[in-house]
Design a binder for this molecule. Structure first.
Ligand code: SF4
Length: 435
């Protein structure tokens, strides 16, 4: 059966307080009935076009709130949507609602459809639901599910895996699945990610809670073949909201292991997937100017390599005080908004930089080494980052050659911005040409 996912927004979730939900906090415009009908007409126009290829028989409707809330979606709109479903031969419809809007009257709008009402129970534990600010209890869920079933419809239950406040994740998921089975027709196990405009994001960037990576998630959900699973329906990356975007300035421990950098490094190590076609990993230094690509150094590097036959295979990855930064992310905060004034570096901070950077490169490579056929670098021989790279070489027992020749560096090391000089970038080009 072909299924189509539709997002239909209107106003705001009536509750909007759940600890981990960013969608429910979005105050979207409240369209008029006419506008909402137009949106629905457009949705079904698309469905008609798609039906030519293969008939769509199921709609999963996401509404960031409750389709059964009259304030968010007036009754006349629900009825209009159902009428459209029936006339387009849609057999199954999945909608979302909080328990307080589930009643006989609202459900009567869906006669003639195989309806499932999805309820975000998240976890079958009232204590955690309270901490999570869910705004309803397990008992409210039971009552709502009984009303749905009494009306001949189905209950779809969302359970979150990896929630904060939970001591034993595995055990709590087990209890919740066992409980939900009694009241649900389908259960979806969803991984918890930090939405940037929800309180969970603060917990995440403070280092007090981390999302589960795919391996950890699968380890917990593998025992429930009867449940649907959603590891990453959110395309998670650590996106910071404007008010959290402070400029990180200084060359001290506080800046080096800033929690913002730590969450990004964790992301690059556990969630990020390097582009499959980029099989030559080239570590390069950062630049004082941000974003890096506006700097003299990065311009020199890029213009020296862009005409190479294997240019598309080269994956530029910057190493700097925030850690290891794949080039696709250089425009993201905080990589576009920090200063590490080298002239403030003390002997102690240089040593700490080498230690922390070694660890970060090591973890990045352990996670992604399989993606690359060749790993090389372009650094000053006497730089702290190069020392970190050398440490990684011996710890992993691999070779990370410096594309800059030692003799070239000896000639230019007292020049300003030596790595941006033609004589140096020629070494880089020459090295890469031979690959
Ligand atoms: S999880 Fe659902 S009920 Fe909670 S705030 Fe988000 S949209 Fe609203």
């Amino acid at each position: 059966m072909k299924s189509k996912t539709i997002i239909l927004t209107s106003g705001k979730c009536a509750w909007g307080e759940c600890f981990g939900c960013g969608w429910g906090r979005i105050i979207g415009p409240k369209p008029s009935i006419r506008k909402l009908k137009e949106k629905i007409d457009n949705i079904f126009r698309d469905i008609e076009k798609e039906n030519v290829k293969e008939k769509i028989e199921e709609i999963k409707l996401f509404t960031s709130g409750s389709f059964l809330d009259d304030k968010q979606f007036p009754k006349v709109i629900r009825q209009y949507f159902v009428k459209k479903c029936i006339s387009n031969n849609i057999k199954k419809l999945i909608i979302e609602s909080r328990p307080e809007f589930i009643n006989d009257e609202n459900l009567s709008d869906f006669k003639g459809l195989d309806l499932s009402v999805a309820i975000g129970l998240e976890i079958a534990n009232n204590e955690i639901l309270k901490l999570y600010k869910k705004g309803f209890t397990v008992e409210d869920f039971i009552k709502a599910s009984e009303i749905i079933r009494k009306n001949g419809f189905k209950v779809r239950t969302y359970l979150m895996v990896g929630l904060p406040f939970v001591k034993d994740l595995k055990e709590e998921v087990k209890k919740s699945v066992e409980f939900a089975k009694k009241y649900s027709d389908t259960i979806v196990l969803i991984n918890t990610f930090p939405h940037s405009n929800a309180p969970i994001f603060d917990l995440f960037i403070s280092g007090k809670w981390k999302p589960l990576d795919e391996k950890q998630f699968n380890e917990i959900v593998k025992d429930y073949p009867e449940c649907e699973k959603e590891f990453n329906n959110f395309s998670f990356i650590p996106k910071f909201h404007k008010e959290k975007m402070i400029k990180i300035i200084g060359a001290g421990k506080e800046q080096l292991i800033h929690p913002y950098y730590e969450v990004w490094q964790d992301y690059f190590q556990r969630f990020y997937k390097p582009p499959k076609d980029k099989t030559i990993l080239l570590f390069i230094p950062c630049s004082y100017k941000k974003p890096y690509y506006l700097s003299k150094l990065h311009n020199a590097i890029k213009s020296s390599i862009k005409s190479l036959k294997n240019y598309e295979k080269i994956h530029l990855v910057v190493i700097s005080s925030p850690g290891v930064i794949p080039y696709e992310f250089v425009n993201y905060y905080p990589f576009n908004s920090y200063d590490w004034p080298e002239w403030e570096e003390t002997k102690e901070i240089k040593e700490l930089y080498i230690k922390v950077t070694t660890e970060r490169i090591l973890k990045f490579l352990k996670a992604h080494i399989e993606n690359y056929e060749k790993i090389i670098c372009y650094f000053k021989y006497d730089s702290e980052t190069y020392q970190a790279i050398k440490n990684v070489e011996s710890k992993l027992n691999i070779k990370i050659e410096n594309c800059l020749k030692k003799e070239t560096y000896e000639k230019i090391k007292n020049e300003k911005n030596p790595l941006s000089l033609k004589i140096a970038t020629n070494d880089l080009k020459e090295y890469l040409e031979k690959l």
